[in-house]
Design a protein around this ligand. Structure first.
Ligand SMILES: [Zn+2]
Length: 407
């Protein structure tokens, strides 16, 4: 990605202004350790380019009142797009992450992914334009998608939930908008959002587990995302029940076949005494995310005791798997997220107690189990954070360990 700032010192000055919200030149010289003439020169240049603005004077007693500087957050904008099953959720933020625009678009999930994505971005571009945001001020598009991703090429390798394979997202989007495109697995984007805007962002090391249609894991170490060889965190595909249901990955009894919306609905249907199929028509083909959620909400409302009891295995398998995670990582914090939080009262307390009682040694007692507070926005926030960090020449993903493909 093209860097927005000319030098390391300019980068540092801009970051310091953002961090302090408003600051005068003398204080800026103190916090950066740079000389006043050097600061003045850089600031003059930043003002000329519209990056920094002078916004009046401070109320200092005696002498000349220092002029206050503020970063112009409308200098640039970033787009974050979460691609879900049959919909995209788009967020546009200014350069410090304030949400300027937020909307969803729906698509036919049986249609060709290339055409679908191109049409969706064209539509989104029009909406962004008509909101008054200048397209030329957009630093890039971040894409969060379920499945394995080649971050270097900006390609989706495979998504079992979407049923898409080898989709060159970066290339497709560049046909509509000539800006840098970053593509990241959606759980990883969700995890970076916690580092950036999460209620527990003071933690340097933590894990994020998302539960919904699938199960995902994000690993944060030193405020950076650990991705291993590119796609670490396929926690949903550890086998927890070898006699279990067949998983989309081909194996049997993966965690996400036992602990997911699909698993809950299977339990409900097996014990259903109000004949849910009459309430909502469900066929194998339309058991998408929304249908499953609808079934769960209806069951909760019409037959809460059945709903509650459908969580028995869910809690057992989730608790066991999380104890394994705690034993491996000994993390200070696990953030639970995803659509299943809507039903958090039916499992989180029991699962937390299970972890506290069953993890190795005192590991369980020292781990805090927290709930995500960002909700749907988190999926798109992470990729926006990635774009903004990269504009500053920073990399929030640990890439040193990535092994290049042998040619
Ligand atoms: Zn699997």
């Amino acid at each position: 990605m093209k860097k927005l700032f000319k030098s390391k010192s300019e980068n540092f000055v801009v970051s310091s202004i953002i961090e302090n919200d408003v600051i005068d030149r003398t204080s800026l010289s103190k916090v950066t350790g740079m000389s006043l003439p050097a600061i003045s020169k850089i600031v003059r240049n930043l003002i000329d380019r519209g990056i920094v603005e002078e916004i009046g004077t401070s109320t200092s007693s005696g002498g000349r009142k220092p002029i206050l500087l503020k970063f112009n957050s409308y200098y640039r904008f970033a787009i974050g797009i979460k691609i879900g099953l049959g919909y995209v959720y788009v967020i546009v933020t200014d350069f410090v992450g304030n949400v300027i625009l937020r909307f969803a678009e729906h698509f036919d999930r049986t249609a060709n992914p290339e055409n679908t994505l191109m049409r969706l971005l064209e539509k989104s571009k029009e909406r962004i334009k008509s909101s008054g945001i200048e397209i030329k001020k957009i630093i890039g598009i971040g894409v969060a998608i379920s499945g394995s991703v080649d971050q270097e090429k900006g390609t989706l390798i495979f998504s079992s939930i979407l049923g898409w394979e080898n989709v060159e997202i970066s290339k497709i989007f560049n046909k509509v908008m000539k800006v840098p495109v970053v593509v990241l697995n959606d759980v990883k984007s969700f995890t970076l959002a916690q580092v950036w805007k999460g209620a527990k962002k003071e933690y340097k090391n933590f894990l994020v587990v998302t539960i919904g249609t699938g199960i995902g894991l994000g690993i944060v170490t030193g405020r950076k995302l650990y991705v291993g060889n590119g796609n670490a965190g396929e926690f949903g595909h550890i086998v927890v029940n070898s006699d279990g249901e067949k998983c989309t990955c081909g194996r049997k009894g993966c965690l996400e076949t036992e602990v997911s919306f699909g698993a809950l609905v299977r339990k409900i249907k097996a014990r259903d005494n109000f004949e849910i199929d009459k309430v909502i028509s469900v066929s194998r083909e339309n058991e998408g995310e929304e249908t499953l959620l609808q079934i769960l909400r209806i069951t909760k409302e019409k037959n809460e005791s059945l709903f509650k009891s459908s969580f028995e295995n869910f809690k057992k398998f989730l608790g066991t798997a999380l104890v394994d995670l705690v034993n491996i990582f000994n993390p200070p914090l696990i953030i639970l997220g995803g659509e299943a939080l809507e039903f958090g009262e039916y499992f989180i307390k029991d699962v937390s107690n299970y972890i506290h009682d069953n993890a190795f040694n005192a590991f369980g007692k020292n781990v805090e189990i927290a709930e995500d507070t960002l909700g749907e926005d988190a999926w798109s926030f992470g990729v926006i954070y990635l774009l903004i960090q990269q504009a500053f020449g920073k990399e929030p993903i640990i890439k040193e360990v990535m092994i290049k493909e042998k040619s």
